[in-house]
Write a protein of this length. Structure first.
Length: 461
């Protein structure tokens, strides 16, 4: 009998194929993965005796990958999912329609939207998610801590960002007065949240980043002060950048420079930063972003829905920018599936650069290692290697959608389908088993979510 101290906590066994996405991009037909103490403890193939384990998770007929990493989201926006009045306009039209509804956000709404949104992501093989919550109505409470409570209950690895807006309509911005805050208040609360929640350990379940919303909703002074605070606290920076041609026009009219120039001028041109969308940089700006090592959250569905354009993903990666995937928020992207985003990224890459340009492996790498790079967690998440966090997804390659797909399981994973994860494991613990969430009480939470959504979407008195 094996020594109990030598037992793995969990063995994922019998896989058809393991795609490690490690530094060597190793793939193991018939592989297995052992998880111990919240980390990957061993990997092997059919010729390697698997470690004995306390629990076995069967992956027969499945592809095993690292857990997917969501680098941009607005979880609260699932409370206004597919909101009809906002479905046919540009980015600025969409925002001005929804801002008045979001002024009703409170702790209950933030909690239930995070619970439902993170559950949806887990069903799609996501193990780490960011969130960009930038709407903080007066008297709404501690919205970020409410989200963190939901993530902790579910066992999801979570990187919420303390979003902010300081430039309201009366100041020449887009948001209403009710959701903007004083700059001193924003900076003080940012520091409070980092002190309370930020974990710097390699297996951290919660890390905080600072995230002024966008050039058209915050002052240049807040951008500079936030960059200085992030450097002092040693946390990451996030914002929207170069998402839409309207943003170009706004920045030129307001600041006298393009968005990427403004980004650099306020002290954000650094590898501490990662940005969402980045659809409209010109070639010189792509080179500057890559030279800084600034990460990019590619949001293909949102970019398509809003008609923003085709992001220069291949060019950004070639320039040295880490590129990850983001689901983005509802009404600009109403399905929180990173599998769908990976497939769409692959198809858009082929559309932009030709059929041989972007493979399923490219998309998988963006969805895993690329996301880890954006979040400053290379080697910790986004790969299956000894010592990395014990986060993985087990994908079925059987049944009608995969009939006949015998030659390449990684290509089959994205070309066929649609599919959801059979099992999703975070820190060595399943959060999805046999296609269903492990945490009980989802029906009750959906009822609470429906009530909160109805309150936000109710007609103004």
């Amino acid at each position: 009998m094996a020594d109990p101290e030598e037992l793995a906590d969990l063995l994922v066994a019998g896989a058809e194929h393991v795609a490690t996405v490690d530094a060597d991009r190793r793939e193991i037909p018939g592989g297995w993965v052992a998880l111990t103490g919240g980390r990957v403890s061993a990997l092997g193939g059919p010729a390697d005796p698997p470690l004995p384990a306390r629990r076995i998770l069967h992956a027969d007929g499945c592809l095993v990958t690292p857990g997917l990493v969501n680098t941009h989201h607005h979880l609260y926006q699932n409370l206004t999912r597919a909101y009809a009045p906002a479905l046919s306009g540009s980015l600025f039209d969409w925002l001005t329609t929804l801002y008045p509804l979001w002024t009703r956000l409170d702790e209950e709404a933030a909690y239930v939207s995070a619970y439902v949104g993170l559950t949806e992501l887990a069903l799609g093989g996501c193990t780490t998610s960011t969130d960009h919550l930038y709407v903080h109505p007066r008297g709404a409470g501690d919205l970020i801590s409410a989200e963190i409570a939901a993530a902790t209950e579910l066992g999801m690895r979570f990187h919420p960002t303390r979003g902010s807006m300081s430039l309201s309509v009366k100041d020449g911005g887009l948001p209403p007065d009710e959701v903007v805050q004083d700059e001193d208040e924003i900076l003080a609360d940012s520091q409070r949240l980092v002190a309370r929640h930020h974990d710097r350990s390699p297996t951290a379940m919660v890390r905080i980043a600072l995230a002024p919303c966008s050039p058209f909703s915050v002052t240049a002074g807040l951008m500079r002060a936030t960059a200085e605070l992030a450097e002092r606290l040693d946390v990451r920076l996030h914002t929207h950048l170069a998402e839409d041609l309207d943003e170009d026009d706004f920045c030129l009219a307001t600041f006298g420079r393009r968005p990427v120039e403004h980004f650099e001028d306020v002290g954000w041109g650094t590898d501490r930063s990662w940005v969402a969308h980045c659809v409209q940089p010109n070639p010189a700006e792509v080179g500057r972003l890559g030279g800084w090592g600034t990460g990019v959250a590619h949001c293909p569905s949102s970019n398509l829905i809003l008609g923003a354009g085709l992001a220069p993903v291949r060019e950004l990666r070639a320039a040295g920018a880490p590129v990850g995937l983001g689901c983005d928020g509802s009404a600009s992207a109403d399905s929180a599936s990173l599998w769908l985003e990976a497939r769409t990224a692959m198809l858009l890459g082929k559309l932009r650069h030709g059929p041989g340009s972007t493979s399923a492996r490219d998309a998988l790498e963006i969805a895993t290692r690329g996301g880890a790079g954006c979040l400053g967690r290379a080697g910790e998440i986004g790969e299956l290697s000894v010592g990395a966090c014990a986060d993985l997804a087990v994908w079925p390659l059987t049944g009608v959608p995969y009939a006949g797909a015998l030659s390449d399981p990684v290509e089959a994973w994205l070309r066929c389908g649609p599919t959801a994860a059979r099992h999703t494991v975070v820190a060595g613990e399943p959060v999805v088993l046999d296609g269903a969430p492990v945490h009980p009480g989802l029906d009750g939470m959906l009822a609470r979510h429906r009530a909160a959504a109805a309150r936000l979407q109710a007609a103004a008195p």
